[in-house]
Design a protein. Sequence first.
Length: 204
Amino acid sequence: MPTNLLNTGIDDLGNLLPLKAADPHWKLIVAPPGVPRRQAEVLSNQRPGLYWNTGDSQWVGADPKGTAKPGDLYKYQTDFVVNADSDHWLQINGVWCVDNIGQITIDGAPVPAGSANGEISLLAPMLYSNFMAPHAFSISNLQPFSVSHLKLSPGVHYMEVSVWNLGLAGDNPSAFNVSAKVILNTFESWRGQLDGLSRFWQQA
């Protein structure tokens, strides 16, 4: 997988997978008893016109039909690598949707206060907008001059999406769609600003 992409439903080159294919990057890690923990699978029906879709990601679920027991937790996980040094800081920017409700976590824990902007939690009962409209988010790690408390040391880390299906059992699919990118930002621009302020005060 491109190391900077966290998209659902793509191959190692960033191309869209065939319908019903196993997603090699997102795995079902928590499910009700009797549901196998395996790679997420691309839905056979992407429901255009009902589900919000992107050109670089696809809807995935526990199987190609999006089978999910109402009320039970289905948690999916992907990994990403942090290569940031003291000159850079990491940011995850993206959009996502879920049918019906869901939440994004990092390394199995809620994102600390001040470390995220946008919508990383779609738990309110606005069910239709959860899967019919994009929800943007941004997650940043601990850095100077920020209020983030998310510590991401160099190495492998994990992003999870918890999904709950609501409604009645039967023909009631549940799935999620993520289009996100890991970005390394530099401190050089901030250092330039600080140097400029320092020179200003020295001349004042």
